[in-house]
Design a protein around this ligand. Structure first.
Ligand code: 9G3
Length: 569
């Protein structure tokens, strides 16, 4: 393709709303344009990348035994009412009505549709396992669509659903998908990690996320270098601290002290001149109709997912100041576990804190020398906090580390969550009626494109991994007016095309500097520069986008050299 004919309208300046590098570079490089908030059009270069990603995904789904289908984007409300999710997903669903006033949603995911199809047409264990997938646009009306393609309201997803006759079958389907996903991200040449994830909201019992590693990633990954433990921060288990009691700490007498104006953990540290580790904070939540309190060490973050799983509640929202004052008659800064009017849940770490400080449940007062075993009995002691770097690994007790990533794939064992409520069953080999054992497996295709950019770029632009680059090679004649340069450029162009490679020739009458800048911005992996100096020695310049230096290659060798590099991918 000629540069002069490619539709990739580049920008000098990007809108300030583009907060992350993938959004900025995809806009600047003329890959995408915003059509509406969180809704993007993919221009030719982006669509080429997407097609490459989709091809890799498709090949691996087929290899794993998946069969491709295409389900409707328009989904009738009745199916969602059957699963009970029509009410669960309030404003996040795009809803619409037809001329007969019948309700529909734009598909946010397809569990309800696929379960209905399988329920209607699969009746025997002989037809199992069944793995069906599609690659299609999905719709979710995010409150705040952000970060370009990372969190769009319309996005491309590959979703596969597995149907098995028993748990052993599900285990096998899950394992196949796990392997297929690893192959997919390896083939795309992305640095990634598989992590354990929470499956609470989906209702299943095992779940893994596939994370593309990038410092800008929203997801925090906790991992162990000593063994293979890795989990997202929501899931990562914290160890109950080994008892340090052996040191025979002196348990001091509980004391109430006057602390006017002390409201935050910081205030307590300042006013009492104590380390943050000696303070326990109490957070009040509204959980399915009652107030509950979580007690955690002053410097820790409450993990709401762990808390929700312990409480087994549907709704968990933090109480605001006004509610706390109305219900408990005190301010937020004075909350504590002793004599509380709410159920107290203590993080397991609290048990090992000696002579600590907390609110006294009385405005302007705190308690010092608190010891849980003596001073209060919580409803439950559990792991309630987020893991942090330096915690000990739940598997091997070595020190854990953290790293950031972008969630691009997520696999779940669903079990009978959908098949039970939607009455989707088959006859087993004893003629018994059994619900299908299901799994679901997603890859964010458009998000993967953005994640690839987040992971692979420099100050000059994108550095596409070769397997998903829109084009593999760009030929840049420095001066289009020189016949000798243009003749060689066209000759190399046709030779490379003849090898089945994807090549751009920059035929524009622009300064070399402009052409190099554009080639760097669009991230084409290999650049051949044809300039007067090298040409005198029958050479061209070869620049790999991911390396700093340029090398000279003899004209007679360049095609073979390019082919050799690209063949490795
Ligand atoms: C909804 C809305 C938003 C949603 C869902 C439903 C997330 C919803 C979870 C999944 C799970 C799996 C198939 C492929 C693998 C992942 N956001 N989820 O179910 F109605 Cl508005 O989508 N789906």
């Amino acid at each position: 393709m000629k540069s002069s004919e490619i539709f990739n309208p580049t920008l000098r300046e990007v809108p300030s709303e583009a907060e992350i590098v993938s959004h900025q570079l995809l806009l600047r490089g003329g890959f995408i344009r915003k059509t509406s908030g969180g809704v993007y059009s993919y221009l030719p270069l982006a669509f080429r990348v997407l097609k490459k990603i989709m091809n890799i995904v498709r090949e691996e789904m087929d290899r794993a035994g998946g069969q491709e289908v295409l389900m409707p984007i328009i989904q009738p409300a009745e199916l969602w009412q059957e699963s009970g999710r029509w009410v669960v997903y309030g404003d996040e669903m795009f809803r619409l009505k037809d001329r007969h006033n019948r309700s529909f949603a734009l598909g946010p995911t397809h569990e309800e549709i696929i379960t209905t199809i399988v329920k209607q047409d699969v009746h025997s264990y002989r037809d199992l396992p069944l793995l069906l997938y599609q690659i299609q646009n999905k719709y979710r009306d995010e409150i705040r669509p952000r970060f370009g393609l990372m969190r769009g309201r319309e996005f491309i997803m590959k979703d596969l659903y597995s149907f098995d006759m028993d748990e052993a079958g599900l285990d096998l389907s899950y394992k196949k998908m796990h392997e297929a996903y690893k192959r997919i991200f390896e083939r795309m040449n992305l640095k990634y990690r598989v992590v354990e994830a929470d499956s609470g909201a989906i209702g299943g019992n095992e779940s893994h996320e596939f994370m593309v590693l990038a410092s800008s990633g929203e997801a925090q990954i906790v991992y162990c270098d000593n063994c293979h433990y890795a989990a997202n921060v929501e899931k990562a288990q914290c160890q109950a601290q080994e008892a340090v009691k052996a040191k025979s700490i002196v348990v001091k007498a509980l004391e109430k002290i006057h602390t006017p104006g002390v409201r935050t953990v910081d205030d307590v540290m300042q006013k009492l001149a104590v380390p943050i580790e000696s303070i326990a904070k109490t957070l009040i939540y509204w959980a399915d109709g009652e107030y509950v309190g979580a007690v955690i060490r002053g410097d820790r973050e409450l993990n709401e997912i762990k808390f929700k799983n312990i409480l087994r509640c549907n709704e968990l929202v933090i109480a605001d100041e006004k509610q706390i004052r109305e219900v408990l008659g005190i301010s937020v800064g004075s909350l504590g576990p002793i004599g509380a009017k709410f159920k107290v849940y203590a993080d397991q770490e609290i048990e090992f804190m000696d002579n600590f400080i907390c609110g006294a449940n009385e405005d302007g007062y705190h308690l010092i020398n608190v010891n849980m075993s003596r001073d209060f009995v919580p409803e439950t002691i559990a792991d309630l906090r987020n893991a942090v770097k330096g915690d000990s690994c739940p598997v091997c007790s070595a020190e854990l580390d953290t790293i950031r990533g972008i969630e691009v794939g997520h696999i779940f064992k669903l079990g009978t969550k959908y098949s039970e409520v939607m009455k989707a069953s088959f006859l087993d080999n004893n003629g018994q009626e059994k619900p299908f054992i299901m799994g679901c497996y997603g890859i964010g295709v458009s998000r993967t494109m953005a994640a690839a950019v987040e992971q692979n770029h420099d100050e000059n632009g994108i550095i596409w991994p070769i397997p998903i680059a829109p084009y593999q090679v760009i030929i840049v004649p420095v001066n289009t007016k020189k016949t000798e340069q243009m003749e060689l450029a066209w000759s190399l162009y046709h030779q490379l095309l003849g090898l089945g490679l994807e090549v751009i020739i920059d035929d524009r009458d622009e300064r070399a500097g402009v052409k190099f800048k554009d080639a760097d911005l669009t991230g084409i992996p290999l650049r051949i520069t044809i300039g007067p100096k090298a040409l005198q020695e029958d050479k061209v310049e070869l620049k790999k986008r991911w390396e700093k230096e340029t090398v000279l290659v003899a004209i007679e060798n360049i095609v073979e050299e390019i082919n050799r590099i690209l063949k490795q991918y």
